[in-house]
Ligand binder design. Structure first.
Ligand SMILES: Nc1nc2c(c(=O)[nH]1)N[C@@H](CN(C=O)c1ccc(C(=O)N[C@@H](CCC(=O)O)C(=O)O)cc1)CN2
Ligand SMILES: [Mg+2]
Length: 297
């Protein structure tokens, strides 16, 4: 039986519509959420993501403040900009696009952001709160993945989840979110022994390892729900154009899974939708207003 294809693009559009409606209501009270995005350097993929963030921020009615800095920007200048954005009352959310150029210490830069404005959820205070089950800002890609899982499966209590990948941006926060949902969670990674056997236990597989088409259909438990976070550009032999693929071998996985996210059009669009949701959440918290329903973990 073929898997249900989880339409992240359509789901993200619904999230943005909900955020847009909430922003309209806030504006009627004289509050306009503002998101500041900082891009250092000219990484081509980052430029596309930042452009899309700007466009979608405006579309939901928020203010967008874009700061583009040259690749050779000294760390002190970037930290000074962050201090300025922390103090700016028009700014409710701050995001520094990753990856940063190699001479910049990403950990230092992220931890310089006011944690209440950290809409990426990467600040150590937010990481600690997530791990200990306190109210926090949740990283956008894991939050979007969780929304898709809840929509597909409903209650996640008791399910076996395997997260492949242990990055701070996706793997670790995803595992913690699933743990909070009552899943039995395994974090697998490049050194895991017999990965196919580990994956085969899972009702939920989240692939975030950055290896094109690594997870094969024969690794899966029949009916498993597969969330493919990978975004890999490959050059198929004989083709003149590069192709975007996930960390899962889509055709073989779709033949065994119960449901699967495609690449593109799965988790990717949820990342920016959840950034807007987090900016709305940060604004509501700042003004002591009720948080939006269904847009947080
Ligand atoms: N500060 C951050 N940096 C990065 C994050 C992040 O959440 N915060 N995540 C990624 C990049 N990213 C957003 O920043 C992002 C990645 C992918 C997509 C997306 O819509 N992907 C599309 C395909 C787009 C394409 O053709 O390349 C899809 O999967 O359908 C949106 C945002 C790293 N950096
Ligand atoms: Mg404002």
């Amino acid at each position: 039986m073929a898997a249900v294809i989880i339409d992240g693009k359509a789901f993200a559009a619904k999230v943005r519509a909900q955020v847009g409606a909430a922003v309209t209501a806030l504006k009627a009270q004289g509050i306009t959420p503002g998101l500041a995005v900082v891009l250092v350097g000219e990484d081509p993929a980052s430029q596309v993501y930042v452009r899309n963030k700007h466009r979608q921020t405006i579309e939901v009615g928020m203010n967008s403040f874009e700061h583009r800095l040259p690749a050779e920007t000294p760390e002190a200048d970037l930290l000074a900009l962050i201090a300025q954005l922390n103090a700016d009352t028009a700014v409710d959310g701050i995001l520094v696009q990753l990856p940063l150029p190699a001479h910049l210490n990403a950990e230092l830069v992220i931890n310089a952001i006011d944690p209440t404005k950290d809409v990426d959820g990467f600040h150590i205070d937010n990481v600690g709160k997530l791990v200990t089950g306190q109210k926090s800002m949740v990283p956008c890609t894991p939050l979007g993945s969780l929304m898709l899982l809840r929509d597909s499966l409903g209650d996640l209590n008791g399910l076996e989840a395997v997260v492949i990948g242990r990055s701070n941006i996706v793997g670790k926060p995803m595992a913690n979110l699933l743990l909070q949902q009552g899943c039995t969670v395994t974090i697998a990674h490049s050194r895991t022994r017999d990965l196919p056997a580990v994956v085969r236990r899972a009702d939920i597989v989240v692939a975030a390892v950055g290896r094109p088409e690594m997870v094969k259909g024969e690794w899966l438990k029949p009916g498993a729900t597969v969330i493919d976070v990978g975004i890999n550009r490959i050059q198929p032999a004989g083709a003149d154009k590069a192709k975007l693929v996930g960390d899962c071998d889509f055709d073989s996985c779709a033949a065994v899974a119960g449901a699967i996210t495609p690449v593109p059009g799965g988790v990717g669009p949820m990342t920016i939708a959840c950034l807007l949701a987090n900016t709305l959440t940060a604004t509501c918290r700042r003004y002591g207003l009720p948080e939006p329903v269904g847009l947080t973990a």
